[in-house]
Design a binder for this molecule. Structure first.
Ligand code: PLP
Length: 279
């Protein structure tokens, strides 16, 4: 099956999809992205991902070249061409090609790239056992709500994850948990689901929103509030949410056992309702 690439309006073989060295995405990380996965061949929460792409574009004064309807058509076409059982769609928009200067021109033509690759879901056994995580300092900038391709702090955190042989880095800013390097973090405290509020410190995860809605539907109290690192270790349950991780229990953090060291009842309940939501 082919990995599909789309560049500036045309589908081309991945090997032929090239961007100039003067592209501002390459020079400055001046760009935004989205990652969408399919369930049963259909993109999950595509509208929410495209809405976030619009928000990121607006925040950076980046021209969004396609309407939501256009994007929907391109994404569906890419998924059809790739023909994988399940696909991962990556969209990137940069401010385009220009002679190197930090300041940009308002009429820059954006570079638009999309790839469609095979998506391999996490092994079910990982869901059953839960995962280990580590904490690390959140050294990111003040606009983590923008899904920017500037991912250096996340790159460094994920490298620490690799060396520590754990699953995810939980980022801590001034003693409080913000989110994971590639996921949102939720904790359960005496039956209440608690997670960092939307705002400049976190990415407003599409999965986060779905899971909070599921929690409310199940009658579970939800609180959007920062949790301290000490309360993270003391939580009854901790779990991650994200497009690729779905709802995933964290059973050890920095070597300390969370709860009884197994996925807790509320995490399991939300993971099950998430599974039924995605069909
Ligand atoms: N937070 C960060 C920093 C991420 O990179 C991601 C996903 O890539 C998420 C949260 C989860 O977002 P979503 O549920 O939209 O995939």
């Amino acid at each position: 099956m082919p990995n599909v690439a789309f560049i500036n309006g045309a589908f081309v073989p991945l090997a032929d999809a090239k961007v100039s060295i003067e592209d501002r995405g390459f020079q400055f990380g001046d760009g935004i992205y989205e990652v969408i996965r399919t369930y049963h061949g259909r993109p999950f929460s595509l509208d929410a991902h495209l809405a976030r792409l619009d928000r990121s574009a607006r925040a950076l004064n980046l021209t969004q070249p396609y309407s939501r309807a256009d994007w929907t058509q391109h994404v569906l076409e890419g998924i059809k061409r790739a023909a994988y059982p399940e696909a991962k769609v990556y969209i990137q928009i940069t401010r385009g090609v220009a002679p190197r200067d930090h300041a940009y021109s308002d009429d820059a033509t954006p570079t638009v790239v999309m790839t469609v690759r095979e998506f391999h879901p996490l092994d079910r056994s990982i869901q059953a056992t839960g995962v280990d995580a580590m904490t690390t300092e959140d050294i990111r900038w003040g606009r983590c709500d923008i899904k920017s391709v500037n991912l250096l702090a996340n790159v460094l955190a994920r490298q620490q994850v690799k060396h520590a042989q754990v699953f995810e880095a939980i980022l801590v800013n001034a003693g409080f948990v913000t989110e994971g390097a590639v996921s949102n973090v939720m904790v359960v405290q005496r039956g209440t689901v608690v997670t960092a509020p939307e705002g400049p410190r976190i990415l407003s995860g599409v999965t986060r929103a779905v899971v909070l809605e599921l929690a409310l539907n199940e009658g579970l109290p939800v609180r959007e509030q920062f949790v301290s690192q000490a309360d993270l270790y003391a939580a009854d349950e901790v779990f991650l949410t994200g497009t690729t991780v779905e709802v995933l229990a964290v059973v050890r953090i920095d070597g300390k056992t969370i709860g009884d060291g197994r996925p807790g009842p509320i995490t399991q309940r939300l993971a099950a309702s998430f599974t039924s939501r995605v069909g």
